[in-house]
Design a protein around this ligand. Structure first.
Ligand SMILES: [Zn+2]
Length: 218
C-alpha cells in the first residue's frame, strides 16, 4: 500500500487488527482462516487510519534513530539534546552541548553513565521531595524498568527507572511526586490526582512530556 511496509502475522486469534511498530512497519494480525484478499480489503477499509498513523509512526522512527548511539547522533540528558563526538580514550565527558565518548564506546557505555548519574541524582531529589511533602517511604530502588518510569509498592518501596535521567528535571520531579502521593492514595483516584496537583499545579504538562517520549524507555 503506497510503499508502506506491511507484515501480516497469522495466529489463532478471532479478528483482524493492525498497528504500526516502532520502525514504521504496519503489522496486521490476522486469524489463520482469513484469506489474503480479506486482509487487503480490511486494509482498504482503514486507508485513512493507515495514512494518518503511518506519518506518526515515521516521526517516532526518526526520533528513535536520532537517539541511536553514533558519532553525529544525538543523546538526551535531563531533557536536553546533546551531540555525540567520539575522540581519544578514557572517560565519558559531558560538555556544554555534546558528549565526548572514547573510541569503542557504544550505547551500553552511555547507559552505564546514565545509571551512575541516576544513583547520584534520584536519591537526593526523592529525599528532598519526601521531606518537603512530609511523606515517608521505606526504600528506593533504581531499576532499568522499560514499562514504567516509577512505581510505589503497598509497603512503601519506591522504584525509579534510571531512564528518567533522559527526561527534563520537571518531569522527573513529577514522577517523584506521583510515587510519593501513592503513600497517601494507593490508586489513581480523583483524590490522588488532586494531591498531585496540590504539590505541582502544572503537573499535566510534565506528565505529557513523559507520555510523548515513552519510546525512550525501549
Ligand atoms: Zn501511579
Amino acid at each position: 500500500m503506497d510503499g508502506i511496509p506491511v507484515k501480516v502475522i497469522y495466529s489463532r486469534r478471532k479478528s483482524l487488527s493492525m498497528k504500526f511498530d516502532k520502525t514504521g512497519t504496519l503489522i496486521v494480525n490476522a486469524p489463520t482462516h482469513v484469506s489474503e484478499g480479506e486482509v487487503r480489503s480490511f486494509m482498504r477499509e482503514h486507508t485513512r487510519w493507515i495514512r494518518l498513523n503511518y506519518v506518526k509512526a515515521l516521526n517516532m522512527a526518526e526520533n528513535l534513530k536520532a537517539h541511536e548511539f553514533k558519532g553525529g547522533g544525538k543523546l538526551l540528558y535531563l531533557g536536553k539534546e546533546y551531540g555525540i563526538r567520539i575522540s581519544g580514550r578514557g572517560r565519558i565527558v559531558k560538555g556544554q552541548d555534546e558528549f565526548i565518548f572514547p573510541e569503542g564506546a557504544d550505547e551500553a557505555s552511555y547507559e552505564r553513565w546514565l545509571k551512575a548519574r541516576a544513583k547520584e541524582y534520584l536519591p537526593v531529589r526523592l529525599t528532598y521531595r519526601a521531606y518537603e511533602m512530609g511523606i515517608t517511604y521505606r526504600e528506593l530502588r533504581i531499576s532499568g524498568a522499560k514499562s514504567k518510569w516509577g512505581s510505589c509498592s503497598e509497603t512503601g518501596k519506591i522504584t525509579l527507572s534510571w531512564r528518567l535521567m533522559m527526561c527534563p528535571p520537571e518531569s522527573i520531579e513529577y514522577v517523584l511526586i506521583h510515587e510519593l502521593c501513592h503513600r497517601i492514595h494507593m490508586d489513581h483516584s480523583k483524590a490522588f490526582w488532586a494531591e498531585v496537583e496540590s504539590m505541582m499545579p502544572d503537573y499535566k504538562k510534565h506528565k505529557k512530556w513523559l507520555d510523548d517520549h515513552g519510546y525512550l524507555m525501549e
